[in-house]
Design a protein around this ligand. Sequence first.
Ligand SMILES: [Mn+2]
Length: 339
Amino acid sequence: MTTTTTTTVEPHSHRAVPTAYDIFNGDADGLCALHQLRTIEPCEAVLVTGTKRDIALFDQLPEGLPLQVTALDISWDRNAHNAAKVLNAGGSVTYFDHHAAQTLTHHPRLKSHIDTAANVCTSILVDRHLNGAMHQWTIVAAYGDNLDAVADQMARAHGCTAGTRGALMQLGYLLNYNAYGESAEDLHFHPAQLYRSLHRFESPLDFIAKAYEYHRLQEGHADDQRALHDVQPYASNQHACVYLLPDRPWARRLCGLLANKLVTSQGGRSVAVLTPRSDGDFLVSLRIGKNAACRADLFCSRYPEGGGRHTAGGIDRLPPGDLDQFINEFFNYLQEHTS
Ligand SMILES: [Mn+2]
């Protein structure tokens, strides 16, 4: 039996075309930032979000309309071109972010709250804007964005008990974990769904105690950790280990976090984690261990879709035929830069 769904548009509908858009990174920081902002400054907006790697979200906006866009936790530089289109069409843009913004310009309808200091995340910028009205969610976001020392300090200043601090940390970690995957299909929850769930809770402790989504994330994370137990290095020497993960959603969720975890447990050795993409190529997450005096971004940028930061880099696409050569080059690079 076939079921057909039809949408009927009322000819004299007074419903306006939506013009307000909230666009945000689907990680802990993006979720917590929008939740705080929309609890204190409510707005019926269309949500645009995705995985942690989906940064160029302005691409998804309709063109040529005077939209009212609020953007959170996505780099200005990656969206500058399409943000300018919104402004040129008569729209307005409010921007909260802590990533690269070297191309930031002034415009009468652009309100930017951008600070690229290492000790802030987007939720901290929203927290400043709202005078700390929902501070516990900022603490969750800081833990989720790997700003543990900043989060600890905020939790102490806020008078959190050790138990509360631990719970907020775990929530930040799990919200962040949910955002990792090649596409939204790999995630336990689409970040828009996770946002709608947590937006019902003024206190993160109530979300932890009552939300189905929180318990599902705890279970999903535990299942993924069990799957990881069977993973062995594909190749290794005294300088580095290379891991090849199976073609499974859990592997695409964990690859970035796994690389972070492995590099701290390998006695200073460097690590590359290769995860099969849905198109057959590999995604590479690479971390330089403390024994080596070299840079992950410099090594990764030898490859067409590679880049990153000093200690953490990645290659978006490595053809399987290049696997052996990649391993040789990685091992040689570390050999040259380890005393
Ligand atoms: Mn962030």
